[in-house]
Ligand binder design. Structure first.
Ligand code: CUA
Length: 347
């Protein structure tokens, strides 16, 4: 039932129930223990008050069994709460692999959202119901915090690196978006709504976008900054091959190995000297201050869309429609970078 002053926001995601159960249990357990302690404090203060004035207190060693009991029982309760909390935390923390990707940028004082299909929104986010949605986000200025109260998820949005969060909405409708980190005078106005749609309506909404997919916008950014002069997609070029890079392990000249995740790619664009891939010269200029947060997200989407070179001796498996679309998409969007890579596929 909805009231005008609800104690909790509506539960509208797959994790909302488990977050609330954990929270309410913590409140009940700590409340009950506090109450017991207060009752005992008052009761003993009155019962054992000093009388007559010159009476001296007697020291008593508590029995071993009692000492053990008051150590072990709370120990079990605390460890139990930790294990339960960690279980809920991991569920909230790990996005499922099949999540829909959405990109968010926070700035004083608005939320900007970008969809992989190219739509852009300000202070409004459209998502489908019953499907995991992963948000990759960064800030253009100060620390913000993206909060979906009805989904029970919240994450800091930082100016220097990507953070991710995910949720799966379970109800259609409109829910609040808040900024949960004090970020300046209009912090309280940094709000918006998430609109959870039925999958069919969501598809219709997606079909209304005019600007081309985020990956193809990223390809234009890639060309605008002339990235393709060095990252030609050829293994002998001055820059590493980028197709298939995302998520792979990269050997560095320092001998370390890193995973090419969102933050590695971001750092390699803004501060290329930080981690040089093994076998390459430190010749790439920095793009700090030239590439906007939004363009960085487009570049990221573009790099993710490039399909990796596939070994020909791969065991024959029926190709899934998704991988067909992906490889076609990469070929269509990127003649410069993807074609030398994809030649391996040609009969
Ligand atoms: Cu952004 Cu508070």
């Amino acid at each position: 039932m909805k009231s005008d002053f609800p104690l909790f926001p509506e539960q509208a995601s797959t994790v909302a129930g488990s977050v609330d159960t954990l929270y309410i249990t913590l409140v009940v357990v700590t409340g009950a223990v506090s109450l017991l302690i207060w009752i005992a404090v008052f009761y003993f203060a009155i019962k054992y008050r000093r009388r007559p004035d010159n009476e001296l207190a007697q020291e008593i060693e508590p029995p071993m069994a009692l000492e053990l009991a008051w150590t072990i029982i709370p120990g079990i309760i605390f460890i139990g709460i930790f294990v339960w909390g960690a279980w809920v935390f991991f569920r909230i923390q790990r996005p499922p692999d099949n999540a829909l990707e959405v990109y968010a940028t926070g700035r004083q004082w608005m939320w900007k959202f970008q969809h992989a299909t190219g739509q852009r929104e300000i202070n409004t986010l459209h998502v489908p119901v019953n499907r995991p949605v992963k948000i990759t986000m960064a800030s253009e200025d100060v620390v913000h915090s993206l909060w979906f109260p009805s989904f029970r998820v919240k994450r800091d949005v930082l100016p220097s690196r990507y953070a991710t969060m995910w949720f799966q909405a379970t109800k259609t409708g409109q829910f609040h978006i808040f900024c949960a980190e004090y970020c300046g005078t209009e912090h309280s106005k940094m709000i918006g709504s998430v609109i959870v749609m039925d999958p069919r309506e969501y598809q219709q909404w997606l079909a209304g976008g005019p600007e081309g997919s985020l990956a193809s916008q990223g390809e234009r950014v890639f060309q605008k900054f002339a990235c393709n002069t060095c990252h030609t997609g050829d293994a002998t070029a001055r820059g590493p091959v980028l197709a298939g890079l995302y998520g792979k392990q990269v050997m560095l000249t320092s001998g370390n190995v890193v995973v090419a995740d969102e933050n590695y790619i971001r750092e390699s664009i803004l501060n290329p000297q930080a981690k040089i891939a093994s076998g390459f010269q430190a010749i790439m200029p920095t793009f700090q201050g030239q590439v906007s947060e939004e363009d960085l997200l487009k570049l990221l989407a573009y790099l993710k869309s490039l399909t990796p070179p596939q070994p020909q001796s791969r065991p024959l498996a029926p190709e899934s429609p998704a991988s067909l679309i992906q490889s076609r998409g990469a070929r269509a969007t990127s003649p410069a970078t993807a074609s030398p890579v994809n030649q391996g596929n040609q009969p």
